[in-house]
Structures are given as structure tokens and as C-alpha cells.
Design a protein around this ligand. Structure first.
Ligand code: KMH
Ligand code: ZN
Length: 279
């Protein structure tokens, strides 16, 4: 077993919604506040410790509306004990100022993508100056970043960020490897191992396999002492020919496999202690 912080157990993050799937195509996608809170409770019950949140408007379209984000953070805090992470990635069409404003909702944690990447037929734009601004604002506000890595060069960018602009809020570096996005790094064990060589000293990592990369990445991350992110943001397929029933189904499977690996799910409070999230 790896000696990384928290490697005795597994942080399971659920990413229940994302910005890419349409409710019309995926009726079981949680998009209203009630659906999101119920999903969060169900996922916490079966082993999730953190939730990565994208929200939708009244027509189920992705939004970064600050009032809705504040209401979402408040509801998740009052109805669950999960660590609440807001996405600053939003949708590929979101503007930088709107993405920065997400931090005004004062979540426990927020995502911070470490560079620009082709994203299917789109471009997910993350200019260097924007990344630095996100990192600095999170430092000032005590919001713990999760550095999202879509390609290996973004780990070199993370090292540069930490060298030039100091450690993140909370003092601990946590990375999420988002693998298998068309345009980014592939979702397989060899690439995951290559990524580990580039991780900053002392960092923890979770890994997310998109689509059919979901299970190979899950197994590779568990074997390498890493943590897991699962959810309908990343995959809508549970098995070959079988659609996901709900997010809790994915979390329950991840929790079961983590137990088999002798690295049972970490509680939200254990995760707060590891990541440096304020209690
Ligand atoms: N929706 C993607 C364009 C994040 O949440 O920070 C970006 C994304 C990453 O999902
Ligand atoms: Zn996201």
C-alpha cells in the first residue's frame, strides 16, 4: 500500500450532474435542488465523502448563477455532512468572470483546472493567468482547491503554479486525474502510473475515468493508493449494455471495491482532516 496521506482508506467523490448531459436525454440526472440534495444523501449513505457540484437553472440548463450556488451550498451543508466542492469549470461556454464568481458562494472546496484541453469537439479554455487568479483567490478565502488534470503536461503546470504562487489553502495538494476525455490523456493504468511520477511531493490524488474508462481507471487508482471520483457527470453506463440507475449505484460499487482493496471509504471528517478543509 502506498504511503500517501489517507491511503489507509479511500476518498470517494461523487460528481452527480456535470454540465454536458441534457435532462431530456438522461431523465434520472439530478438537476433540481431537491434532486441534488436527495442524491447527495443517498450517496453519503453508501460511502461518498465529497460532492463535486454543477448546478442547473429552471430549464435544466447549466448555470453559474450565484444565488443558486449559495442556496445549493447551504442546502448540502444542512442536509449532509459531505465536503462540498463547487465546479469552477462550469460548461465550456462559461466566461472567466462567471467562473471566478463561483468562489463567492464560499464552498469548502472548488475545482481548478490546470490548463486548456480539447474537450470532444469543444475547447475547455483555462489560460495561465486565469488559473493563477483562481488559485490565489482560493488561497485568500480559505477554499481548498482540487486541481483537475486532463493531460500530463498539466501536472508540470501545477508544479509551476505551486513554485511561483505558493501552496493552496489548507496547505495540502490534492489532484483529480480526469482520464479518457476525447482530447485529453487516455484512461488506462499505464497513463495513471505515468501521471504519478509527475505529482507534487506529498500530494494525494483521485482519478476519474470518463465513459468506458470508468472501471479501468477505478481499479488502477485503487491499486496505486489513489482515491476515486464516480458519478453521472463522467459516465452514464453501469456495465456493457446497462445504463446507470442513479449516482448512488456508482458510489456503492466504488465503496464495495474499495473495501475489497482493504481501503474502505473515508468519512467526510477524515477527508476534511487530510485535505485541510475547515471543520
Ligand atoms: N464541464 C467541463 C467543461 C470542472 O468541473 O472543474 C469542465 C469540468 C471540470 O467539469
Ligand atoms: Zn465538473
Amino acid at each position: 500500500m502506498s504511503g500517501r496521506p489517507g491511503a489507509h482508506g479511500t476518498l470517494i467523490t461523487v460528481a452527480p450532474t456535470g454540465a454536458e448531459h441534457a435532462k431530456a436525454d438522461v431523465p434520472n440526472l439530478p438537476v433540481t435542488l431537491d434532486e441534488l440534495v436527495r442524491t447527495a444523501q443517498d450517496c453519503e449513505r453508501v460511502g461518498a465523502a465529497m460532492i463535486h457540484v454543477h448546478i442547473r437553472d429552471e430549464k435544466a440548463r447549466p448555470t453559474l448563477d450565484l444565488g443558486r450556488l449559495r442556496d445549493t451550498v447551504a442546502a448540502l451543508r444542512s442536509e449532509t455532512n459531505l465536503v462540498v466542492q463547487l465546479s469552477t469549470g462550469g460548461a465550456v461556454t462559461d466566461q472567466e468572470e462567471d467562473r471566478l464568481r463561483v468562489l463567492d458562494a464560499q464552498p469548502d472546496s472548488a475545482s481548478c483546472t490546470m490548463g486548456t484541453v480539447n474537450f470532444g469537439d469543444d475547447v475547455f479554455l483555462n489560460r495561465w493567468a486565469f488559473v493563477v487568479e483562481l488559485h490565489q483567490r482560493m488561497r485568500e478565502r480559505g477554499i481548498v482547491p482540487e486541481y483537475e488534470i486532463f493531460d500530463l503536461g498539466q501536472l508540470a503546470a501545477l508544479r509551476r503554479l505551486l513554485d511561483e504562487h505558493g501552496p493552496p489553502a489548507g496547505g495540502h495538494v490534492h489532484v483529480d486525474l480526469v482520464m479518457g476525455v476525447p482530447g485529453g490523456m487516455p484512461g488506462d493504468a499505464e497513463t495513471l502510473v505515468a501521471a504519478l511520477r509527475l505529482l507534487p511531493e506529498g500530494a494525494t490524488f483521485s482519478a476519474t475515468g470518463v465513459g468506458r474508462a470508468s472501471l479501468p481507471v477505478l481499479f488502477a487508482s485503487l491499486a496505486a493508493g489513489g482515491h476515486l471520483r464516480v458519478g453521472m457527470e463522467d459516465t452514464l453506463s453501469y456495465a456493457r449494455g446497462e445504463r446507470v440507475r442513479d449516482n448512488a449505484q456508482l458510489v456503492a460499487r466504488a465503496a464495495g471495491l474499495a473495501r475489497v482493496a482493504q481501503r474502505p471509504p473515508l468519512t467526510p471528517d477524515e477527508v476534511r482532516a487530510i485535505l485541510g478543509v475547515r471543520q
